[in-house]
Design a protein around this ligand. Structure first.
Ligand SMILES: Cc1cc2nc3c(=O)[nH]c(=O)nc-3n(C[C@H](O)[C@H](O)[C@H](O)COP(=O)(O)O)c2cc1C
Length: 297
């Protein structure tokens, strides 16, 4: 499954992901208005057939578009909704009653238990090294703790960028891999050529975690900070007290638009190109990983 990415994911990317056989995903806030979201969802639905796809809703009081976007998501009966930030059981039930599966991402076992109590259909464990807002726990620990008590659908996110990574996620106990950063290099992604090239050139050493831009830990590309005139080793927090404010689509929209975020798995990104080609490669690489371990195809 693809991870939704602020600014970067587009309707074209969702369509390409689904047409290549994975679950495509996009944040509701990426189209610049609720009307544009409405048009995008109609276009996605028309183009993906029976493939499931996903919209990410930021369920936080500072998201001024939440009520209007939710109405559009309900009307289009979006197959999967990933909720971020402060979701409540009422919202989960409302979406489920309308036919959506509801997933929520977590970075700690304690948070996963809260999501289970809210009745979500899937838990996305975001481990250390993920792009965007990252976790800080090893996937071995995080998935291990959640799988002890959660029998439902479990997804693992963070640095999964090749076939061995997908197989490893399964071996740990996840049902699905949740992949973000490799799609930043997709032709269909709304990312500048310089961003795509930085991903191709970069590796784990180029990724740093800071809470200076959004108030919570997020991964950013060090060369991108330098290009913006910032010293990655001497950053000053932009938000005081760790408050999360996502009004207008992001705590600090500039942080996502000009200062580029990606996870530690970018070493696996060898070239920019159509999402479908990368997904085909991933399928071949996954088959090779299974063969290497003597597993049936
Ligand atoms: C540039 C960028 C923007 C992101 N924006 C969002 C977002 O708006 N909503 C969300 O739920 N996750 C967001 N994520 C997280 C991804 O959905 C996914 O969890 C993450 O990319 C997985 O880790 P990986 O990048 O190492 O594959 C973002 C990730 C990146 C790299």
């Amino acid at each position: 499954m693809a991870g939704p990415m602020f600014i970067a994911s587009t309707a074209d990317l969702v369509i390409a992901q689904c047409q290549a056989g994975i679950i495509g995903a996009m944040p509701a806030l990426n189209p610049r208005s609720t009307q544009a979201l409405d048009a995008d969802l109609a276009r996605i639905a028309q183009n993906v057939g029976d493939m499931p796809w996903c919209i990410n809703l930021v369920a936080h009081k500072t998201n001024e578009r939440l009520a209007a976007d939710l109405e559009v998501v309900l009307r289009h009966k979006v197959p999967i909704v990933v909720l971020a930030l402060a979701a409540d059981a009422g919202l989960v039930r409302q979406l489920q009653a309308n036919g959506s599966l509801v997933f929520q991402d977590v970075i700690k076992n304690r948070h996963a238990r809260k999501c289970a109590e809210m009745g979500v259909d899937g838990i996305i464990a975001v481990g250390a090294g993920a792009g965007g807002h990252t976790g800080d726990q090893s996937p071995f620990a995080l998935v291990g703790e959640i799988r002890e008590w959660w029998d439902g659908l479990l997804l693992l996110a963070g640095c999964i960028a090749n076939g061995r990574g997908v197989l490893a996620a399964e071996a740990l106990g996840a049902d699905l891999a949740y992949i973000g950063s490799p799609f930043l290099a997709s032709t269909e992604a709304n990312t500048q050529p310089g961003f795509k090239q930085m991903l191709v050139d970069g590796s784990a050493k180029d990724v740093m975690v800071t809470r200076c831009f959004t108030g919570v830990d997020a991964s950013f590309l060090r060369p991108s900070l330098v290009e913006n005139g910032l010293d990655p080793d001497n950053l000053v927090p932009a938000t005081q007290g760790g408050a999360i404010n996502i009004s207008n689509g992001g705590a600090n929209q500039k942080a996502w638009r000009d200062i580029w975020s990606a996870g530690q798995g970018i070493g696996a990104i060898k070239q920019a190109g159509p999402a479908g080609e990368w997904i085909d490669w991933l399928a071949r690489d996954y088959a090779a990983a299974r063969r290497a371990l003597g597993l049936p195809a």
